[in-house]
Design a binder for this molecule. Structure first.
Ligand SMILES: Nc1ncnc2c1ncn2[C@@H]1O[C@H](COP(=O)(O)OP(=O)(O)O)[C@@H](O)[C@H]1O
Ligand SMILES: [Mg+2]
Length: 339
């Protein structure tokens, strides 16, 4: 764990999205803090309720929650496909909710890449033309955009299929086109809304691996929506959990597993692979009075040290990255947190 403060790419502040009649007036009348019940009584839908969080540079932030919890609406508020009922979306220090339409369009065209569950490809255009399409909108000349599209075809592993039409591709291949298209403008931030949810499990796993490989190359700031906690754990640096339009908890998978905020989060984390997610540092005890004969690293995951510690009758020392003794860990502590 680093003590360095990450740079903030996007800051969402008290974002509300209410659907129905006169939602702005309703919010004002309730001093921007109506309860869930008050919203329902007024016949409104509280799709996003007072959500605040930051997206750091180069992180993969997952938005996770059951169907209907407001994930897509929140994503649409950030990208300004929807103008939120209230709140601020600060992107590179500018509030997008107050930006003139034309400027906003430019930000969306040049700095945001979006991938959706149902691909949204243009059926009468080839793979290459679909990928080049956002560049066409930007007014970039044909030669340049085709060159860029060809590069991206290679990046997403579709070489040889440049002149296929979407209907001639499998679901996984169509989503590769969607991914390539979203990257054509070299966006600063990459938004993905359940991009792999329509794919069958094997392909899905393959696409997740691909996605992580891409991010290792690209280092984008990413907001990724999923209803699948396993996917959130596999892909995310941090996970924001939504319920009924509200943000319930945000943190690393380890933080969620170690201290779930409520029963809703607890339900998701019960089947999480704890040994893979929890580090020695979060379970270690105080330093021993006597010098330990063996030690493990504070930042190691429990799965990496479990065998060593379980097979020993004595407590192990815990050392940090600089080699300093910072704590101890024994069998009992491990068993307690793992089982
Ligand atoms: N345009 C809309 N008009 C009215 N209600 C909407 C609209 N869009 C979404 N909702 C409602 O807002 C809630 C959150 O929806 P959504 O953001 O799509 O959830 P999720 O993506 O988590 O499944 C749901 O109750 C949904 O029915
Ligand atoms: Mg959705």
């Amino acid at each position: 764990m680093s003590s360095m403060q990450p740079n903030i790419k996007i800051s969402c502040k008290h974002v509300w999205q209410l659907f129905g009649k006169n939602p702005k007036r309703f919010l004002q009348k309730h001093d921007y803090e109506p309860s869930f019940a008050q919203i329902n009584e007024a016949g409104l839908i509280g799709a996003v309720r007072d959500v605040s969080f930051d997206v750091y540079e180069r992180e993969i932030l997952m938005i996770m929650g059951l169907s209907g919890s407001g994930k897509s609406t929140m994503l649409r508020c950030i990208t300004q496909l929807l103008n939120p009922t209230a709140g601020e979306i600060i992107f590179d220090d500018v509030d997008l909710t107050k930006m003139p339409k034309k400027e906003l369009m430019e930000v969306r065209r040049h700095k945001m890449g979006m991938v959706f569950q149902h691909f949204g490809l243009l059926p009468q255009r080839t793979v290459l033309e679909n990928i080049a399409f956002p560049l066409e909108i930007q007014g970039i000349d044909q030669e340049t955009r085709i060159k860029k599209a060809r590069e991206l075809v290679d990046v997403v592993g579709l070489t040889g299929r440049e002149s296929y039409f979407p209907r001639e591709l499998s679901g996984g291949q169509q989503q590769r086109v969607g991914i390539a298209r979203s990257l054509a403008v070299e966006p600063d931030v990459w938004f993905l809304d359940e991009p792999f949810s329509a794919l069958d499990p094997l392909i899905r796993k393959e696409m997740q691996d691909e996605f992580l490989r891409l991010q290792q190359m690209l280092h984008k700031s990413i907001v990724f929506v999923t209803h699948d906690f396993d996917e959130a754990v596999r892909l995310g640096d941090r996970i924001a959990i939504m319920k009924d339009g509200a943000l319930v908890q945000i943190g690393t998978a380890e933080e969620l597993v170690m201290s779930p905020a409520d029963e809703y989060v607890e339900k998701f984390v019960t089947n999480a692979p704890r040994a893979k997610l929890i580090s020695v540092r979060s379970v270690m005890g105080a330093r021993l009075k006597t010098k330990p004969s063996a030690s493990v690293n504070a930042d190691a995951m429990l799965e990496d040290i479990a065998q060593q510690v379980m097979l020993s009758s004595k407590a192990h020392g815990v050392v940090d990255a600089s080699g300093e003794l910072v704590g101890s860990i024994n069998k009992e502590q491990l068993v307690k947190v793992l089982f």
